[in-house]
Write a protein that binds this ligand. Structure first.
Ligand code: FAD
Ligand code: DLZ
Ligand code: SF4
Length: 507
């Protein structure tokens, strides 16, 4: 009997489990489906990237002799859902079962499990750690901390190890990193790729069908196939990785990428494997081309954070995205969808998100995430936003970053403290404050930086929870040392700011 082999839009790896299981006569099923393209209002660049990459991947399979049943979004028979397409193809090819690779989202796992046909969901083994590996590591631990998981993974993989000791004698070189950056005209941005015919056709389709989604479709210059993704990897290793560590946390108005790799869209969609990316970084260090603090910092993001986040997502279960430990209820303000704000940092981070479907980690964490947390925004709405607006966003990696790391809505599973800061941190790490309508040094008053007002307001509101936290509790000493009038002024100005924001005024 014929079997269907399902390949989803973020499973574009030739060695993905379902494809490895394919044998003669099987039919590969791929589908552009409205259900997938609209479970959140994805950035148009994200939809275009995936559709173009899917079409090219399918064409490559066909060239290599696979039988491929590919559904385009506008095909008249398209049922517009993955489940619907599997059932339609089952009837068409008289298939008796489906081989799939486990999707990266509970929603789709459940859909596949509930179809009236046998679906085998094989483990997605494109990661360094399987679910069982992560659970074995987590078992019996009171707290799950990325740093310990990362060391475990370094030992397991041997990446940047001298025998059983970390290369350079330390696991982590962040002491040498986290520097501000200066504008540098000679910094090399990521490579840009001219849309080919397939991509151009997809761009027209997306322009016609998703015109109302937040984000600029054009210019579109991301790679959409493995060759392009490999070129982007090589380019990053040769031109940016060496500087990655020191500038990792810096933010500049006119340089959205700094020395970041912009490889997450390719890794997450399957065009690059995390193994080859880490191996390339380690090799560049071994060849003396890249300093250790940069290679280590970069590899930690993938071998440590990326794997840790996936472990948490699958361990915590489908209700994770609904957690709201701090009981935050405010609506996401309009500025996140392009509405005007006087805050220069928010304009910069959201503006580049709108243009590029990209912001680097510190912009996501310490600008848009920090603001949402301080302002007490409903984490489900924040999650919805991050899942929509980035080219690299899939729930398994986005949710633990948003619900956990950024919004502390899981109550401290991903991080031991909330990532919050006043304007001072942003001023130190960026050039945003100089041209801002607000004053970063003012603590109260109409022109006081909102991050200053909201920071203390947040800390005061959540004192009972955070006062005893060894990583952040000491901050209450500073609050207590302020005089009463100042504390009252901060809280009143914060309340006024939040009311004006809720009222739809430009803040
Ligand atoms: P680089 O800075 O060059 O880092 C190298 C690689 O490390 C990335 O390509 C990525 O694969 C990995 N990485 C780095 N940090 C993380 C992290 N915290 N978690 C997982 N992987 C990491 N990343 C996503 O891939 N998809 C998301 O939907 C996503 N949502 C996020 C939401 C929030 C609120 C926050 C704070 C972070 C989120 N991240 C997400 C993590 C991180 O911001 C992006 O991976 C990174 O910005 C991608 O850009 P880059 O490729 O230039 O990364
Ligand atoms: C994100 C996405 C989009 C926009 N469109 C499709 C699609 O049309 N067909 C498809 O197979 N996959 C798509 N995807 C990726 C899926 O949503 C993704 O596989 C799940 O969210 C699990 O990570
Ligand atoms: Fe952002 Fe405050 Fe700096 Fe303005 S002053 S850019 S609001 S941190």
């Amino acid at each position: 009997m014929t079997r269907l082999i399902l390949v989803l839009g973020d499973q574009l790896s030739r060695d993905i489990a379902a494809l490895r299981a394919a044998r003669d006569g099987d039919v590969i099923v791929m589908a552009e489906a409205m259900d997938e393209a609209s479970y959140v209002r994805h950035h148009p660049k994200k939809i275009a990237f995936l559709f173009a990459a899917m079409r090219k991947f399918a064409a490559g399979l066909q060239d290599d002799g696979f039988r491929v049943a590919y559904t385009r979004l506008d095909d008249p028979d398209n049922t517009q859902s993955i489940g619907g397409e599997l059932l339609r193809r089952t009837a068409e090819f008289d298939a008796d079962s489906v081989i799939a690779t486990e999707p990266g989202e509970w929603r789709l796992i459940d859909i596949l499990a509930s179809l009236p046909i046998r679906v085998h969901q094989l483990a997605d083994d494109r990661f360094f750690a399987s679910h069982a590996d992560f659970d074995a590591w987590a078992k019996g631990r009171k707290e799950l901390r990325m740093e310990w998981f990362y060391r475990h993974m370094r030992r397991k993989t041997g990446l940047l190890m001298d025998g059983d000791r970390p290369a350079g004698g330390r696991w982590n070189f962040d002491r040498d990193n986290r520097k501000p950056a200066e504008p540098d005209l000679f910094r090399t941005p990521p490579p840009r790729f001219q849309p080919d015919d397939i991509t151009a056709e997809v761009l027209d389709l997306v322009a016609a069908r998703f015109a109302d989604n937040f984000g600029d479709l054009r210019p579109f210059d991301y790679a959409t196939d493995r060759d392009g993704a490999l070129h982007a990897l090589r380019h990053f290793i040769d031109h940016a990785l060496d500087e990655f560590g020191p500038t990792q946390d810096a933010m500049l108005l006119d340089d959205p990428y700094l020395n970041h790799s912009v490889l997450s869209p390719y890794i997450n969609a399957g065009l690059l494997s995390p193994h080859e990316v880490c191996a390339a970084a380690a090799a560049a260090h071994a060849e003396g081309k890249v300093r250790l603090n940069s290679a280590e910092g970069f590899i930690r993001q993938i071998l440590g954070w990326r794997e840790f986040m996936r472990g948490i997502y699958f361990r915590e279960g489908p209700d994770y995205t609904r957690r709201n430990a701090l009981d935050h209820r405010r609506d996401l303000p309009w500025m996140y969808w392009g509405g005007k704000t006087r805050m220069n940092c928010m304009t910069a981070a959201i503006g580049q998100t709108q243009r590029l479907a990209y912001a680097h980690h510190i912009q996501r964490l310490m600008i848009t995430g920090n603001f949402a947390l301080l302002a007490g925004i409903d984490p489900a709405q924040v999650h919805d936003w991050y899942l929509s607006v980035y080219l690299d966003a899939y729930e398994w990696v986005e949710a633990p970053n948003t619900i956990g790391m950024s919004q502390f809505a899981d109550g401290g599973i991903v991080g031991s403290k909330p990532y919050v800061s006043s304007g001072n941190y942003i001023n130190r790490m960026s050039d945003y404050c100089a041209g801002c309508a607000y004053s970063v040094s003012a603590r109260t008053g109409k022109t006081a930086c909102p991050f200053n007002l909201l920071y203390w307001d947040f800390m005061a509101r959540h004192r009972a929870r955070f006062e005893g936290n060894p990583r952040i509790g000491r901050i209450y000493g500073n609050w207590d040392r302020m005089d009463d009038a100042q504390r009252r002024a901060i809280r009143a100005d914060a309340a006024d700011f939040l009311d004006r924001m809720a009222d739809g005024q430009i803040v």
